[in-house]
Design a protein around this ligand. Sequence first.
Ligand code: HEM
Length: 129
Amino acid sequence: MTWLVPLLLVLHVVPAVFWAGSTAVLARPGTIALPLPLRAPQTGSAAGAIIFGMILWGMLHRGDAGTPEYVLGAGALCALTAFALQQLVAWPALRRDPEGGAARFASAQRISSILLIVALSAMVTFRYA
Ligand code: HEM
């Protein structure tokens, strides 16, 4: 099954790139007039990236942890923190008060964006650690 890992990597990386990209755009207030329609695509792509990332971890990195796994794990932790910030702070602030919540929404998306940049950096460098 030489196709399975590449397939899982595609199913992990493509939504992860959309997740990080949409977060970077939403971190700049005023870039998008109506951010709410992006809620489902951002949440869905994040969920896909996380689920397939965990499957890859289980298949390729279970067992003894070395430096690469610590780097990968730190990246995954940053991504999970970004997800929690978006779901618990950013989107609820905007839904409760679309105008007054915009600053809180943008701050949470900005911190998430930085966390996702760290996560992406960890993901593409872990095998050289
Ligand atoms: C909970 C979140 C995440 C988990 C558990 C996770 C886990 C993983 C695992 C296990 C791999 C495969 C390692 C291997 O090939 O041996 C991987 C690869 C990768 N991940 Fe993630 N990941 C997460 C989030 C992210 C995010 C947020 C991004 C991008 C913003 C990302 C981008 C990538 C990329 C580009 C690769 C391919 C690296 C390469 O093959 O050189 N991941 N991830």
